[in-house]
Design a protein around this ligand. Structure first.
Ligand SMILES: Nc1nc2c(c(=O)[nH]1)N[C@H]1C(S)=C(S)[C@@H](COP(=O)(O)O)O[C@H]1N2
Ligand SMILES: [Mo]
Length: 324
């Protein structure tokens, strides 16, 4: 059965049962907002609630002249079919439309994530621990790929900060390094040269502790499919999509900025920070606009992908064109 986008028009909070979806308070607030009280909600939004950014679309939604929609900018969710059939996952294929079929037999159970390095309490979490220890909540985020397309995805997951608090990073831990599974038998792309497998990514510790950064285990209320990074992947919505590393098996707390796959392949094109920024062009194309999957035409790209209110303070005083 094809899951339907969750919209207030179709679903009221009371109709969503725990079996269907674990509803966080945040999600409830979003449903309340889309039920027609968005102006009031904006005025009293808690600190971690993205405040609506005034865009033409948001004001239309607020004034009631268009159907309300669920993300914080009133952007419609991308259909499940698109999210699960248009994928970047080079371990399986360079062809976005082929990833789903090539990854369908990927074994995601049993699965362990080792968290180690500069921590007081290193710990290996089984997948079941990740789902059991940490409350799963829904987070609707825009995903902006560095290639110039974007989607709106209702993830299920939990803040990365919650996991880091459990392992207790030491004072020397300045960065977090993530690593994807290395298994060339299952991931044929890893037999190809040209990329320093396994895929690695990294965040500065303050970025990793930001409430927007989550480890996702699902989307549209269902467990992740392999093509989206099953069973657990990072989601950092204010950065280009390549930072959101899939199928993670290692999380290491380190002192210096780790190597990342794309910045080792093409350091002049892909930096460590990779914050979405319409004013810092890729050397080969502009980043000022994007194609939202399912829409015709392009829409303007927003600084930090529209999450400036939550993350701009992390980069105060930094030259964003130098630290791209
Ligand atoms: N391990 C791994 N993680 C990855 C990638 C990849 O090729 N391998 N691609 C990245 C890129 S470029 C994007 S845009 C997103 C796409 O996520 P999605 O397919 O779930 O939309 O995953 C990121 N994470
Ligand atoms: Mo991407």
């Amino acid at each position: 059965m094809k899951p339907q986008p969750i919209q207030s028009k179709a679903v009221s909070p009371s109709e969503i049962t725990p079996e269907h979806l674990y509803l966080s308070r945040r999600r409830f607030m979003q449903l309340a907002a889309t039920a027609g009280i968005s102006a009031a909600l904006a005025a009293c939004s808690p600190a971690n609630q993205p405040a609506p950014v005034p865009t033409a679309q948001a004001s239309r939604a607020a004034s009631g002249s268009a159907p309300s929609e669920p993300d914080d900018l009133a952007d419609e969710l991308t259909p499940f079919e698109s999210i699960t059939n248009y994928n970047n996952f080079y371990e399986f294929s360079l062809d976005k439309a082929a990833v789903a079929a090539r990854s369908k037999d990927f074994r995601t159970s049993p699965w362990e994530v080792e968290v180690y390095g500069l921590v007081n309490k290193p710990r290996t979490f089984g997948y079941e621990d990740l789902k059991g220890v940490f409350d799963q909540e829904e987070r609707i985020y825009r995903l902006r790929c560095v290639e110039g397309w974007s989607m709106v995805i209702p993830w299920v997951g939990f803040p990365l900060a919650k996991l880091l608090q459990v392992v207790e990073p030491t004072a020397d831990a300045q960065f977090v390094r993530f690593e994807t599974l290395y298994d060339p038998d299952q991931m044929p792309g890893q037999q190809r040269g040209g990329f320093p497998w396994p895929y690695q990514e990294g965040l500065r510790i303050d970025e990793a502790m930001n409430d927007l950064a989550i480890l996702a285990t699902g989307l549209y209320g269902k467990d992740l499919l392999p093509q989206n990074g099953a069973p657990v992947r990072l989601v950092v919505p204010w950065k280009y999509g390549f930072k959101s590393i899939k199928s993670i098996v290692k999380i290491e707390l380190v002192e210096t900025a780790p190597e990342t796959l794309w910045s080792s392949v093409a350091p002049h094109e892909y930096g460590f920070f990779a914050n979405v920024n319409p004013d810092v062009p890729h050397p080969r194309w502009s980043q000022s606009s994007e194609r939202r999957i399912g829409e015709s035409g392009r829409r303007p790209t927003l600084l930090f992908n529209g999450y400036a209110e939550q993350v701009a303070h992390l980069y105060q005083g930094m030259d964003l064109s130098r630290y791209y």
